[in-house]
Design a protein around this ligand. Sequence first.
Ligand code: THU
Length: 127
Amino acid sequence: MKYEELIKLAEEASKNAYVPYSKFPVGACILTENDKIFTGCNFENASYGLTICAERNAVGSAIAAGERKIKAIAIFSPNMQNCTPCGACRQVLSEFQSDNGLDVITLCSDGIRVHTINELLPEGFVL
Ligand code: THU
């Protein structure tokens, strides 16, 4: 699966975002070590703090399907270029990175940008 295709699927997922409060849709698409694909979108709540980000929604689907090792995640928002994961999602993604790491893929005006989760979250908390 090419990273461009993961971004396309993240874009598709962003169309299902439930964002009546922020009006900021986000979609995410995960590629696991078993080459399975899982998407997610953000969904908000009248009790604002209960909002779930697109990234953690996608991680939840992967975990529920029995996957544990994530190779890559693409993130897309129609409202922002280079929409990188929030701190909470970085910590969650860090826990499920594959043995070869986890690439975080975003879209910029000049094309696709790739960072490793360890670049985005140096010295994340590990038990
Ligand atoms: N959000 C995500 O889903 N992922 C990100 O990487 C950043 C923020 C959501 C949370 C909220 O629904 C909206 O974007 C605005 O913060």
